[in-house]
Design a protein around this ligand. Sequence first.
Ligand SMILES: NC(=O)c1ccc[n+]([C@@H]2O[C@H](COP(=O)([O-])OP(=O)(O)OC[C@H]3O[C@@H](n4cnc5c(N)ncnc54)[C@H](OP(=O)(O)O)[C@@H]3O)[C@@H](O)[C@H]2O)c1
Length: 327
Amino acid sequence: MTNTPKSIPASTLVFGASGLIGGAAARHLKDVSPQTRLRLVTSREKKAAQLRARFPDSEVIVADYLDLPGMIRAFDGMEGAFVVTPDFLDETAAMINVVAAARHAGTLKHLVRVTGDPSSVHTEDDVPLNLRAFDGGTAIQHVRARKVIDSARLPVTYLNIAAYLMSDFTRLFYRSLVNERTLLVPYDRTMAFIDDRDVGRAGACLLLSTNGHHLGKVYQLDNGHDLMTFREAAAVLGEVLGEPIAYDDSVERYVRSFGPLAEGKDVKLRYFLQYMEWERGASTIWRRSDILETLTGTRGGTLRAWIAENRAALLGEAPNSEEKVPA
Ligand SMILES: NC(=O)c1ccc[n+]([C@@H]2O[C@H](COP(=O)([O-])OP(=O)(O)OC[C@H]3O[C@@H](n4cnc5c(N)ncnc54)[C@H](OP(=O)(O)O)[C@@H]3O)[C@@H](O)[C@H]2O)c1
């Protein structure tokens, strides 16, 4: 027990509840604390029915970070909030709305915010100029989000994903895996990996914790197991899938592979390439730590287990609704 307790929110708002991370947070809150009143958010009307079917006892609403009246309705009466955002969101505008809505409600006790920065990034000045020139995107959006939330002094804990999400293999890297049995990731580098569901689970555990020392902290989240280069990740894919998976870090092939998909929207493709090159320079900072076990009491899922679970999708033998391309 801690000598700085915090109360467990009696009600919690979960953004991204139809997604892998927010969905896992909602599921864990529901399973471990059925008495917590959940308000689940999607920004897309078409996902609301699906969400209601998955969580029939919980309230489901449609709200968008960029729409203040909707955010005010979302935060109304809520004591807890789990906030996960998509890449390339205008975080300054979004978090200004979060702060305004939380203040309007006046009930917020704990907000868990998911971010995704290399641990060496504290302000925009830590990001190279070529990436800052895009004026958005993952290299600077989380820094901007923290700036707004911190200056409002919200009761926050940051879960900074210091890893690649395993779902990247069925999203960003999916097409060449299925079509060419090749992991196509330019600028090979050491990276940590984490199951998306463990991020959501960690967020739920923080909200359900009575330890007040979590407030104001930034936790660098990895799965405690997997730290390897993408070339090594391709070898693990091959071993678990039972089929050779090649690795190629050629920029030209990456552009060829994603070029047609990115037609007319090549800014994001250029952005991703420059981001990955920058990440190569950060190869030494990723860690295999015990943070997930510390926060949740259990160890994280391994990359091998995740590949085995998603075998059919990764081999193109089952539909994959997750695919995401950089455009
Ligand atoms: N990919 C990686 O390897 C990686 C690594 C480190 C950190 N991260 C970070 O992890 C976070 C999650 O990444 P992800 O790829 O899982 O994100 P994502 O699925 O694209 O988006 C996260 C959630 O945000 C919700 N959302 C989207 N637009 C919204 C809006 N305008 N208003 C309210 N909710 C909205 C989505 O749910 P609805 O569509 O239902 O609203 C979705 O479930 C990002 O911040 C990313 O930068 C990713």
